[in-house]
Write a protein that binds this ligand. Structure first.
Ligand code: ZN
Length: 159
């Protein structure tokens, strides 16, 4: 079976920077699964998956606009250290949730200079070109329930 609309594909991936640094990998765990056509994975990767089948292995390079988007400077803010009362140590790389007009969103501290903390609400991989090494392990038809829900149930959640 080939990956197409309303199929569920399972795959192993190694995600790297163009320089070859490994950012994430499924190799130590179960393959990832997604319902094709549901937007469950980044758009550039979903495009590359079309027509692939179990056993296929390929590498693909995805530009930021087809991955997590460009880095938006308007989503970077400087806030006073006083906003972090109750936090023991405020340092770059820390993630936390911030309340905004759009609800709670994950933000990362990108810099700390004196009493000024820079927080970045962009996705951590925004602006990055991503290289995926993909191995398809299984392709099957989605169940009617998966299609109705718009996601796969292969990750073990059930209703
Ligand atoms: Zn569901």
């Amino acid at each position: 079976m080939l990956i197409a609309e309303n199929t569920v594909a399972h795959f192993h991936y190694v995600l790297k920077t163009p320089e070859g640094e490994v950012l994430e990998s499924s190799r130590e765990a179960e393959p990832m699964a997604y319902l094709h056509g549901s937007g469950g994975i980044i758009p550039g990767l979903e495009e590359e998956m079309v027509g692939k089948t179990a056993g296929d292995r390929f590498e693909t390079t995805i530009p930021p606009e087809k991955a997590y988007g460009e880095h938006d400077p308007e989503r970077v803010q400087q806030v006073p250290m006083a906003a972090f009362q109750g936090v023991d140590k405020v340092e770059p790389g820390m993630m936390f949730r911030a309340s905004t007009d759009q609800g709670d969103i994950p933000v990362m501290i990108s810099a700390v200079e004196g009493d000024t903390v820079t927080v970045d609400a962009n996705h951590q991989m925004a602006g990055q070109t991503l290289v995926f090494d993909i191995e398809i392990t299984e392709v099957r038809e989605a169940t009617p329930q998966e299609i109705e829900h718009g996601h796969t149930h292969a990750d073990g959640h059930d209703h």
